[in-house]
Design a protein around this ligand. Structure first.
Ligand SMILES: NC(=O)c1ccc[n+]([C@@H]2O[C@H](COP(=O)([O-])OP(=O)(O)OC[C@H]3O[C@@H](n4cnc5c(N)ncnc54)[C@H](OP(=O)(O)O)[C@@H]3O)[C@@H](O)[C@H]2O)c1
Length: 291
């Protein structure tokens, strides 16, 4: 699995990361229960398989199953912590400095580690007031105190609405940005990725496979597209073809899912840089004329 420097953190990460959400959420439709004995065993096998196949970046959050995802990953970290870059998150709404410190200390325990590589403010859409609260109301101070104590290495934030992350990028403390960016939701391409690259921020995508939305739409609109893993392949290769993205987080439940996605990424060398796409669409008629 190819590795890449995660912006100015300098952490060398695999281009595909393992998303921790499935280890926190029950999914009856998929007969998936990460609290059951069988579900726990499968989740642990999936995490081990990912590490075996060269995925060295794991993303989780205390909010995923009220700590269940962190606990399952922690089981594997008991023996394999050195094999990966470990990222988790922290809630911040209405919380102050000490709440942040307490939350991260609880994550350290569940993850069976003395230090986290990346801790991200777990965000959706940041309003101006929320930005002010994070910077001046305690959350950032909490993260800086943890960094100073050696509990965490790098500070990041996650966002569903990428343009709302822009004000944070002027603060040098933030070195990792996890954002929603995929084949059907491309706001990041126009609204923040250029700034992130200019600041040498580590960029990872979440909802890489559209969280199944594209696939659900295809079921109704073009069921013939659903054969094989074409739609997943397009999604994965799309974000990895944008040179402003370092790694793509993918939610994977089963070891076979890991194997399938690793096979898609391994040896993949993009032929086109989708960082060019917004400019291309702006000049699409001009390009047509030339061609
Ligand atoms: N910071 C945040 O607020 C936030 C929000 C969302 C996600 N995230 C992070 O990003 C990660 C990924 O996002 P996500 O889990 O929402 O969605 P995703 O990666 O877009 O989609 C994951 C789902 O796609 C399916 N899948 C993946 N590869 C496949 C393949 N080759 N063939 C068939 N199906 C495949 C699986 O669904 P089935 O198992 O159902 O088949 C899997 O659960 C999360 O786990 C989490 O770590 C963070």
């Amino acid at each position: 699995m190819q590795k890449i420097a995660l912006g100015r953190t300098g952490l060398m990460v695999s281009r595909m990361a393992l998303g921790g959400y499935p280890f926190g959420g029950v999914n009856r439709a998929n007969d998936w229960d990460p609290w059951s004995l069988e579900g726990r065993r499968t989740a642990i096998a999936t995490i081990n398989r990912a590490l075996d196949l060269g995925i060295n970046y794991i993303d989780t959050a205390p909010a995923y199953g009220k700590g269940n995802s962190e606990e399952l990953i922690g089981e594997v970290m008991k023996t394999r912590r050195a094999d990966c870059v470990l990222a988790t998150k922290v809630k911040w709404e209405g919380l102050g400095k000490q709440d942040i410190i307490d939350s991260v200390h609880a994550s350290l325990k569940r993850l069976h580690t003395g230090q986290l590589d990346i801790v991200q403010l777990h965000g959706g859409m940041f309003t101006a007031e929320e930005y002010d609260h994070i910077i001046n109301g305690g959350p950032l101070d909490g993260l800086l105190a943890l960094q100073q104590a050696g509990d965490i290495r790098f500070i990041g934030l996650t966002t569903e609405e990428p343009w709302t992350a822009r004000p944070f990028l002027k603060h040098p403390e933030f070195t990792v940005l996890q954002l929603a960016y995929n084949f059907i939701y491309q706001s990041a391409a126009r609204n923040v990725l250029d700034e992130a690259r200019a600041g040498d921020i580590g960029v990872v995508t979440m909802r890489t496979m559209t969280s199944g939305i594209l696939q659900r739409a295809a079921r109704y609109l073009a069921p013939e597209w659903l054969t094989g893993s074409n739609l997943y392949e397009i999604c994965l290769k799309f974000v990895l073809s944008d040179s402003r993205v370092h790694a793509a987080i993918v939610g994977m439940r089963w070891p076979e899912e890991v194997e399938r996605n690793v096979a898609l990424v391994e040896g993949f060398h993009p032929e086109f840089d989708f960082a060019e796409l917004p400019r291309m669409t702006a000049h699409v008629y001009e390009a047509e004329d030339k061609e």
